[in-house]
Ligand binder design. Sequence first.
Ligand code: ADP
Ligand code: MG
Length: 332
Amino acid sequence: MTVFCAKFKTSLLCLIPFIFILFSSCNIIEKDKERLFKKSTVLMDTIVSITVVSSSRDKAEKAIDEAFRELKRLEEIMNFYSEESEVSKINRNAGIRPVKVSMDMIDIIEKAIYVSRLTEGAFDITTGPLTRVWNFHSKTVPQPTELRKILSLINYRDIIVDKKNSTIFLRKKGMLIDLGGIAKGYGADRAIEVLKKNGINSCLVAIAGDIRVSGKKPDGSPWMIGIRNPRPQKGSDDIFTSLPLTDAAISTSGDYERFFIKDGKRYHHIINPFTGYPSESTGGVSVITEEGYLSDGLATAVFILGPERGMELLKRLGYKGIFITGDLKLYE
Ligand code: ADP
Ligand code: MG
């Protein structure tokens, strides 16, 4: 017995360094193993979630916090409702004088004008006066005469961008630009840029329905993005379908985000710039491109154009779209 124990003890003692090496190498593997880190916050009037793949919690958190700071900075510049924002300065000086702005503002406005050209004006950031009169809190429908007057102020061609002097000028008094239809997708692009500068190559940035992904998950699989059911029944799943994505942007525009129902009619926040009224088509549309600003702007435009014309446009441009109508018919 004692002999056995002594032998056992010796063999155990011999094993200790081996076990130690095994454990410490496990530790190194564990430490170097790539994992998912996720943080959420409220920015741009919605929930922003960033998920990154990293082997270091410190590195992941530092990168995410920096991306949040960048979004906060952009929000301050682009906020339609804050007197202090660059957008408000541009709007206050409509028809008066060009306003000196940041390069970020020049960049997003140029991108917004590009989307307007692609969509022949269905997407138009000069819909600001309409955003103002369609008040979703008081739930009142504006007078047709009021809307008619406003329509003459809506035209993206009346935004004068002077890149050399870094100024923006709105040609007509009363014009207002509202970046609400493109800001979140643009923000996702800029957040991804910050994450990449911090050495993060695989990540997901979700600003409500505007999502951009880069790379893959730690197990090598693509990111799975759920598309909301525009008319979920009580107790049923909110997700209508999901799709795998890598290195792409997806944006969803729907008539269920901000709306009111009056006399049986649904009035929502996506406004047809040619009529001044919320667009007729109902449901939701998701657009997939390689950049967030483009998906965001196109989703808003395609929603206005409706399933047939909208899908035709996306096909012509070479982008994928998924349209789910109010009666849950799927066009893709
Ligand atoms: P969400 O803000 O719910 O993500 P969208 O990206 O479709 O949805 O943007 C809708 C917002 O865009 C509106 O709240 C308004 O600020 C602005 N908007 C409404 N109609 C238009 C339009 N035709 N072109 C550009 N922006 C628009
Ligand atoms: Mg949009």
